[in-house]
Design a protein around this ligand. Sequence first.
Ligand code: DAH
Length: 354
Amino acid sequence: MSENLQEVVAKILKYSEQFVLELKSANTKAQVLDLKAKYVGKDGLVTVIMKGLKSATVEEKREIGKKSNECKDQIEQMSKNALEELEHQEINRTLEENWIDISFRDSIRSKAACTSGYHPVTMIQREVEDIFSSMGFDILDGPYLEDDYHNFEALNIPKDHPARDMQDTFWFKDMTHLLRTHTSTIQVRGMEKYTPPFKFVGPGKVFRCERTDASHEFVFHQIEGMMVDKDISVANLIYFLKILLSEIFKKDVEVRLRPGFFPFVEPGFEMDIKCLICGGKGCAVCKYGGWVELVPCGLVHPNVLKYGKIDTSIYKGFAFGLGLDRLVMMKYAIDDIRLIHAGDLRFISQFASI
Ligand code: DAH
């Protein structure tokens, strides 16, 4: 052996310290692997020491072998730790760079799985609003909670008038406030807002304290219409309603006008349409008569115009109140109004893509 034992052991210790120093500046896994190979690879600095021990004594070989194995183990262990640490850092970096909000991704997925859409009543309401606004009508809103004046009195239904019994009312305890029983309240509010000539429609929910069946609900939807001008006649009323119905049903709909009694119109009518469910043959929806009452209407009673501070010697008006739920039933051939409001998604979601 050309070097003495002390010198070889010192060399091994030096390599070991050198490795620790160099490892500090190894920033990638490749650099760590290179460094490891430099010391303990096939021709590494530590490895070759053992190979050059041919002329050493058995004692020397044992001593140096022990030291170089310790050094090798240490280098291997430190390389392993450094590689693990780098791997860890890499994963954290990737997570930060490719950050994903799982809840966001889930919400996209649920949107895709369950396509959203409007309730059929909302869709028909918007359709009716669009048709009327394209003909120059304004769109008005009114409160659900009303008073006796707007729901009855100003509509020519004084206290003790038998017509009050036609509409079963949800009264508040004070007996002067109520949940509006019809959107005709919006006529009164419209006359407070505008001076003639004017025309508007007013959609919304209405409430009746009554039993439900295939064609009655205690909360349902109407859209009120009112037009006041100088020469208004029944012909104007029929004209606008026929345009509405042919636009909604996308075909000419057969209609008929019957006399109808409502205190706020004179004359009053019921506009019926030929039942679109059975084609007029008779079914549960048309109560086997072949016709469905769709639009009660008439010429505004002069008393109502007077309540609205409108000069009846100059102006006349027409009004109508259309049941939106019934319109949905006719349009989509639904034979029970309760289906519309039951909140059953299996029913509602059928309209999502219409
Ligand atoms: N408000 C009435 C109801 O709910 C419907 C109605 C009838 C409205 C005749 C009108 C009308 O505007 O002219 O029963």
